[in-house]
Design a protein around this ligand. Structure first.
Ligand code: ZN
Length: 136
């Protein structure tokens, strides 16, 4: 459930607020960007239900690939070198960190394709066995 990620975004925002104020962002801005960033990977649920007809696990989509968010963090780092883009870089960086935090938390008991797109295998820290069977 994507709403369960919001507290982690708040904790992330609180942890990085002091470092991010140099970029002209308020604590409120940082929290808002982190919350949007941590919810964003689950936007693929719209594709899962309305386009893909539940054919593939939504964690296998690029919005749940760590590479997607690492690339955004690299872009943020490169943008940070330009004096005029530091605030935008900080926003992208916070967004990317929050999305990666989402994937870390999804990995505790959910499947995440950490090596996608190169390896089509999901990983999770723990596996939960189903106690009840649907319809049973
Ligand atoms: Zn997710």
């Amino acid at each position: 459930m994507f709403i369960a990620h919001i507290p982690s975004a708040y904790l992330l925002a609180k942890a990085i607020t002091a470092q991010c104020k140099q970029f002209g962002l308020s604590a409120r801005d940082i929290i808002v960007v982190a919350v949007i960033g941590t919810i964003f990977p689950d936007i693929d649920l719209l594709y899962f239900y309305f386009v893909d007809d539940r054919q593939h696990h939504h964690h296998s989509y690029p919005t749940h690939w760590p590479l997607t968010w690492l690339a955004l963090l690299i872009l943020a780092t490169l943008l940070c070198r330009q004096a005029s883009a530091k605030k935008s870089a900080a926003i992208l960086g916070i967004f990317g960190m929050a999305a990666l935090l989402h994937l870390l938390l999804d990995s505790v008991v959910g499947d995440v394709w950490w090596l996608a797109p190169w390896v089509d295998q999901s990983f999770s820290l723990f596996t939960l066995e189903a106690i009840y069977q649907p319809g049973g």
